[in-house]
Design a protein around this ligand. Structure first.
Ligand code: HSE
Length: 430
């Protein structure tokens, strides 16, 4: 049995320093669990940080070439050079831990095929849900189940923004500035606010759940940058709905529906009180039923907690030389599940039309909706908060309808001269 496991950390920013902190603070406890010591042997970071142990270098290849190092921990994020370094590390016989959802979502097959070819492991607990141990739960704890549904608040930044817009009634821009100041937004906040970060995480969960690579292109993605405090608060005050950016995947006879979009949920939904940077994931298995996970989805120590749990798991296997004898991720399961185009999905919707307030507008709009198979459950007209006295906001809630029909109707409605701006729509989720 190996008595000492050596780590090479690529990236020593917020999460890397968190990993060092936890390894230092809980050293004896962690080493007792592994049955061997764990040590950071080297760090690759251009900022030349001060380290408790090990050397610092500017080129990750030096860590990969170091025969002492057993596990490479990739904490730089982004697509490249993260992809190259993961593949090079695996080809050099190292095991890998990564917190990088982007690289996994985009290069899933390549990474796990390379891991399998080299009989090495890639662990990635921190890539989804920060400190929530959902990856291992889905991959191992729920392994007996055929997964029917996954739904989650998977991005702390957008959840923080939506919470602030709801509670403080501030606009999107001010809420984003607060989220950035709080420190959990990505370096490029576009990934957070346009739903791409959520899609990366959802792609990982789906690929694990259904043993097929669910690509970003399979997911219809819309973010929250166009969401207004007016809609959030109208939906809340009038109907008791709460706005959340949800990543959702549902398996039906037609195939797999996968989407990321801002949705309205009822105030009694289990996600309604998931606020600020917290994440939540609900998984439905055919045997277990619904299982829900909740916790901090972003931040130094929650993310580092997940990385260190991977270190412990992997180090135990390295110590007894079993790491990679069996793959962690099974890819290429033969049953190909079809992806259902979003136009073919069904759902209930909140629609807000900005129309000129004159006779006949409502009947024109409802006539188009009816011809496109969109059945209206209720209608509200409210005075605009600002702007022309002749304008009106008409809010409609629909029955369960086909999304493709709604899109057809909205194309026609938005082209009417009486419609002043693009119709706002949000899916209502139960
Ligand atoms: N930017 C991400 C978030 C960090 O806000 O959730 C964790 O992946």
């Amino acid at each position: 049995m190996k008595k000492s496991i050596k780590l090479g950390l690529v990236g020593y920013g917020t999460v890397g320093q968190g990993v060092a902190k936890i390894l230092r603070k809980n050293k004896s406890y962690i080493e007792h669990k592994i049955g061997a010591s764990v040590e950071i042997a080297g760090v690759c970071d251009l900022r030349k940080p001060r380290l408790d142990s090990g050397y610092c270098c500017a080129d990750y290849k030096q860590l990969i070439a170091d025969p002492e190092i057993d596990i490479i921990v990739e904490l730089i994020g982004g697509y490249e050079p993260a992809r190259s370094l993961i593949l090079e590390a695996l080809n050099a016989g190292k095991n890998v831990i990564t917190a990088n959802k982007a690289v996994l979502a985009k290069y899933w097959d390549e990474i796990f095929k390379t891991a399998s070819k080299n009989q090495r492991l890639v662990y990635f607990e921190a890539s989804v849900g920060g400190g929530i141990p959902v990856v291992q739960a889905l991959n191992e704890g729920l392994a007996a189940n055929q997964i029917q549904k996954i739904s989650g608040i998977l991005n702390g930044t957008t959840n923080y923004i939506l919470t602030e817009m709801t509670k403080q009634k501030i606009d999107f821009k001010s809420a984003l500035a607060k989220a950035q100041k709080a420190g959990f937004a990505e370096a490029n906040p576009t990934f957070d606010i346009e739903g791409i970060d959520t899609a990366h995480k959802l792609a990982i969960l789906c690929s694990l759940a259904w043993s097929r690579w669910v690509k970003l292109d399979d997911i219809s993605i819309s973010g929250i940058s166009k969401v207004t405090a007016e809609d959030i608060n109208f939906a809340k005050d009038e109907f008791g709905y709460v706005m959340k950016l949800l990543g959702s995947a549902k398996l039906s006879k037609q195939g797999l529906e996968v989407s990321v979009e801002p949705c309205l949920i009822s105030g009694s939904h289990p996600f309604a009180n998931v606020e600020q940077e917290y994440n939540a994931v609900l998984i439905r298995g055919d045997a277990v039923g619904d299982v829900m996970f909740y916790g901090k989805g972003a931040g130094q120590l929650p993310a580092a907690s997940a990385v260190v749990s991977d270190i412990i798991d992997l180090a135990k296997q390295v110590a007894v030389d079993t790491a990679g004898k069996l793959p962690y991720v099974k890819y290429g399961f033969s049953k190909r599940i079809k992806i259902v185009p979003q136009e073919q999905s069904y759902g209930c919707f909140y629609l807000r039309f900005s129309a000129i307030d004159k006779p006949g507008v409502l009947s024109t709009v409802s006539g188009i909706l009816s011809r496109c198979g969109v059945s209206i459950a209720s209608v509200y007209q409210k005075e605009p908060l600002s702007g022309s006295r002749r304008g009106a906001s008409i809010v409609m809630l629909t029955h369960r309808i086909k999304y493709g029909g709604l899109l057809r109707a909205l194309r026609q409605i938005d082209a009417l001269p009486v419609i002043k701006s693009k119709t706002v729509k949000f899916r209502i989720k139960d």
